[in-house]
Write a protein that binds this ligand. Structure first.
Ligand SMILES: [Zn+2]
Ligand SMILES: [Zn+2]
Length: 77
C-alpha cells in the first residue's frame, strides 16, 4: 500500500520516504498541537487569519495557539 502525502498527494513506497518528504514538503508547513497532524496553510485557513485544524476529529484552532508553524517549532526544540 503506497504512502501518500496528505498535503501534496505525492505517493511513496515506504513510510520512511514519506517521513523524509514531510520534512521538506512545502505544502505542509503547519502542525496541530492537539492531534499532531501536519497540513498545509491552505488546508487550515481560508482567509489567512482564522486557522483551524483540518482534522475532522480535532477542534484545534488558532495560529500560535493550537496550530504552529513547523519552522518555528524547530527553533524551540
Ligand atoms: Zn508533500
Ligand atoms: Zn488537530
Amino acid at each position: 500500500m503506497p504512502h501518500t502525502c496528505r498535503n501534496c498527494k505525492r505517493t511513496f513506497g515506504t513510510e520512511l520516504e514519506l517521513e523524509l518528504h514531510l520534512d521538506v514538503c512545502s505544502d505542509g508547513q503547519l502542525f496541530c498541537d492537539d492531534c499532531g497532524e501536519r497540513f498545509s496553510e491552505r488546508a487550515a485557513t481560508e482567509d489567512g487569519w482564522h486557522y483551524r485544524c483540518p482534522n475532522e476529529d480535532c477542534d484545534g484552532s488558532g495560529i500560535g495557539e493550537d496550530i504552529h508553524n513547523v519552522s518555528d517549532a524547530r527553533i524551540t526544540n
